[in-house]
Design a protein around this ligand. Structure first.
Ligand code: ZN
Length: 364
């Protein structure tokens, strides 16, 4: 497998997906670019550049979904005064906490009964995306603004006051980044030649243009920090390695009747390492509803619930270190659950982020 980190800069405002707001006349945007809409946009760009639909590259990468594009998360602005150590945006782990009083007090790990080390205030779960800053991880959100428009009442062919609406859009200049995987059998130059795309909706009304840069990652998701370094050197006294799976994109699991499932099972893991003893130690879990627009067929997609990006699943694995590493490498390379080609089930093992601990609150 060949990995890239793709960076996208918005040259126009973006509308990447809808989120429900409290007010009926306000439409919110999701703060990322979905892998599936990126893949659809890429397909369109390749065809526009003269690639034929029956080209074997197109068939394998796009139609058979062997090209996998994870979610593109917002990145720090260049103008920021804190230089990132690692310019790679990751899903905010569901285990991370932020001060309720002042989010600038930092990002912490621990449990929610702990308190902010800066002010002693209460903590809440952090959301969004995270980038490793020079000395600490930093929360990132894209810049947004509201566009106001009026919906035309087609019966009266007029605009009525109640039809005024506001649309949150992601600002031009915003940067996003995400992991992309391409099989070794496919020429990467055909992918990296695409440096300009239109993503999201309202592409005909001055929205959605992004420019792309592709960074090849020779050793998988973190080239300077390959999996061997992210795995503990020694097992515990029982011979178990403790690691945490961090979902970078939603995890879609179904039972034999195709109903959604929200618990990862040992069987989901055993395919990657049949001879190892897998233990699922618990969850820091969120769920989300997947939906959006299928660009290739130009139709809305069916909504389905999934384990959300940011979910953290701690595991214990008993076996030889080499075998444990190979199994975890297989999980990073092939993903978990369904729809890896559509960008679902992208998992990173122990991403290199270190959060200071929240203060333990004294029990009263
Ligand atoms: Zn605080």
């Amino acid at each position: 497998m060949r990995w890239f980190y793709v960076r996208a800069r918005a040259r126009q405002p973006l509308i990447t997906g809808d989120r429900v707001s409290g007010s009926g006349n306000l439409l919110l945007s999701v703060p990322w670019i979905g892998g599936e809409s990126m893949r659809g946009a890429l397909a369109g760009a390749l065809l526009a550049r003269g690639m034929r639909e029956d080209d074997p590259w197109f068939q394998e990468a796009i139609v058979q979904e062997r090209l996998s594009i994870g979610r593109l998360y917002p990145m720090l602005e260049d103008a920021g005064n804190v230089e990132p150590d690692r310019d790679m945006a990751l899903a905010m782990p569901a285990t991370v906490l932020v001060c309720k009083r002042d989010a600038s007090h930092g990002l912490f790990s621990g449990n929610r009964r702990g308190t902010c080390p800066k002010c002693g205030g209460k903590l809440k779960t952090a959301e969004g995306a995270v980038v490793q800053g020079k000395d600490r991880p930093l929360a990132v959100k894209p810049k947004t603004y509201l566009r106001t428009g009026s919906a035309v009442d087609s019966m009266r062919e007029s605009v009525s006051e109640g039809n005024l609406y506001s649309r949150q859009v992601l600002a031009e200049g915003s940067r996003f980044g995400g992991f992309v995987r391409l099989p070794r059998s496919l020429d990467p130059a055909r992918l990296t030649a695409v440096d300009d795309l239109r993503v999201g909706t309202a592409k005909r009304s001055g929205f959605g243009r992004v420019s792309l840069t592709w960074e090849p990652l020779p050793h998988g998701p973190f080239s300077d920090n390959p999996l061997a370094k992210r795995l503990p050197e020694q097992p515990d006294a029982q011979g178990r390695y403790h690691v945490a799976l961090h979902l970078q994109t939603p995890l879609v699991l179904t039972d034999p009747l195709l109903n959604p499932r929200f618990d990862l099972a040992v069987d989901d893991l055993r395919v990657h390492g049949p001879d190892l003893h897998w233990g699922i130690e618990g969850y820091a879990r969120r769920t989300e509803l997947l939906g959006g627009w299928a660009t290739l067929i130009n139709r809305p997609k069916l909504h389905r619930p999934a384990l959300a990006a940011g979910t953290v699943i701690p595991l214990s694995i008993r076996g030889a270190r080499k075998a444990v590493r190979a199994a975890l490498q297989s999980i990073e390379d092939h993903g978990l659950g369904e729809g890896f080609g559509a960008g679902h089930g992208l998992v990173l093992v122990n991403p290199p982020l270190s959060f200071p601990h929240a203060k333990e609150a004294t029990p009263s």
